[in-house]
Design a protein around this ligand. Structure first.
Ligand SMILES: Cc1cc2nc3c(=O)[nH]c(=O)nc-3n(C[C@H](O)[C@H](O)[C@H](O)COP(=O)(O)O)c2cc1C
Length: 410
């Protein structure tokens, strides 16, 4: 009786800890740090620690289960065809990275007014849908999962990208400063045109339409790009939004655009397949806010009320970012899955999971140069052998720096 009870306990502990049964029970084990011998199951302290998720632990994400917590961050590669259809090599590129717990696609434009960088893909025409179908099929055939990051650059566009050479649109007519990479070289950014109140429903409809196209293209879900100074971020922050209508003024109004866009995606996919990306500490592209903690605290809580399956909250990563707004500030504000990102190493990611500050970590540059990043981490941990990335091939055409990085399997 005692023996069979012990066998049951050993089996259940073993299944929880993923430790082989014969290692769970040893006749005589030292209790860590005490010098005492333990005759029986491992001490409770090590049992508790072993339940902490790590990068190789599965993660339930709505109706799907991610096999690990090493996610691929969204990465613009500027290799689409001129009409925004994913390029010929995109299916291979993403399939090579299918072992990511989840791939979040490169930012993908929701309409012809959403573009602001050369040869970035779209998801709003039949050709886009067919192109992305090739990608999602290849990823699924390789055992992976892929969400589509939905993008509108707003004021970061340029008349060279706009129909009839018109001004780009934004929350307010405020120039971000800086330069835009156009097909004919870098040009100073222009002052955008503030969207009329009556036009905003049309932009929200573009988000809905793009979400429906993403569904038809076979994605597993969508991520609203609410980070890095693009259109939803331009509405949210008070330095880029000086409107006086129901989309401007107090944070409840400034967050309305982002929330309506998120609701549009939910109307197509259901909340369990919609995530959002935010960069509360980021001050990219001339974006800023007079009270970012209040602004993002409100946005995070309201997005959570929509039941989104995850929030992807970036850590400070560039000089000038707000160091007082790390992701752990937002952790207590919602119950859902929290993905974080920006300059993570294996050790830093493991520490965040252990502390409970995040449930998964997205890796960007490391995934560009290491298509099999989860396996490299699994084998090598802190000492994983990683290919260095070549930033001269981040953007542009062709296989070099795109599909030619070696994996361990060769
Ligand atoms: C080449 C490149 C392209 C990127 N494209 C996107 C993008 O399309 N959408 C996005 O939200 N972030 C984009 N980012 C930011 C990354 O997702 C990520 O936040 C950043 O690289 C920091 O993570 P890392 O240190 O793991 O690379 C891009 C970054 C790089 C280097």
């Amino acid at each position: 009786m005692r023996g069979s009870l012990r066998a049951v306990l050993v089996k259940s502990v073993s299944s929880l800890t993923s430790v082989p049964v014969d290692q769970v029970y040893s006749k005589s084990t030292e209790v860590p740090g005490t010098g005492l011998q333990w005759h029986g199951l491992p001490p409770i302290v090590s049992f508790t620690n072993s339940l902490m998720p790590d990068l190789s632990s599965p993660l339930p994400l709505g109706p799907i289960t991610l096999p690990n917590r090493v996610l691929m961050a969204p990465l613009t590669r500027c290799r689409a065809q001129a009409d925004g259809t994913p390029g010929e090599l995109a299916a291979l590129y993403y399939a090579q990275r299918a072992s990511a717990g989840l791939i979040i696609s490169e930012a993908t434009c929701i309409s012809d007014r959403a573009h602001g960088y050369p040869t970035t893909p779209g998801i709003y025409t039949p050709s886009h849908i067919e192109g992305w179908k090739r990608v999602t099929s290849a990823v699924h055939a390789a055992g992976g999962r892929i969400f589509c990051q939905l993008w509108h650059v707003g004021r970061l566009s340029h008349p060279d990208f706009q129909p009839n050479g018109e001004a780009p649109v934004s929350a307010s007519a405020i120039n971000s400063g800086g330069e835009c990479s156009t097909p004919t070289g870098k040009k100073p950014r222009v002052t955008p045109r503030a969207l009329e109140t009556g036009e905003i429903a049309g932009v929200i409809e573009q988000y809905r339409h793009a979400a429906a196209c993403a569904k038809e293209a076979g994605f597993d879900g969508v991520e609203l790009h609410g980070a890095n100074g693009y259109l939803p971020d331009q509405f949210l922050r008070d330095k880029s939004n000086t409107r006086t209508d129901r989309y401007g003024g107090p944070v409840e109004n400034r967050a309305r655009f982002m929330l309506e866009a998120a609701e549009a995606l939910v109307s197509v996919w259901g909340a369990e397949r919609v995530g959002v990306r935010l960069s509360p500490s980021g001050r990219y592209h001339g974006i800023d806010d007079s009270d970012p903690l209040k602004t993002f605290g409100y946005a995070v809580r309201e997005l959570a009320k929509l039941g989104l399956v995850y929030q992807h909250i970036m850590e400070p990563m560039a000089p000038g970012d707000y160091d007082h707004l790390p992701v752990r500030v937002f952790r207590p504000m919602f119950d859902g899955v929290l993905i974080t990102n920006s300059n993570f190493t294996y050790d830093k990611a493991q520490a965040y999971l252990k502390e409970g500050w995040a449930d998964a970590v997205a890796f960007g540059k490391a995934f560009i140069s290491n298509p099999d990043l989860p396996e490299r981490f699994r084998r090598g941990g802190s000492n994983a052998t990683l290919n260095a990335w070549d930033d001269t091939t981040f953007y542009g055409q062709g296989a070099k720096g795109y599909t030619d990085y070696p994996s361990l399997a060769g």
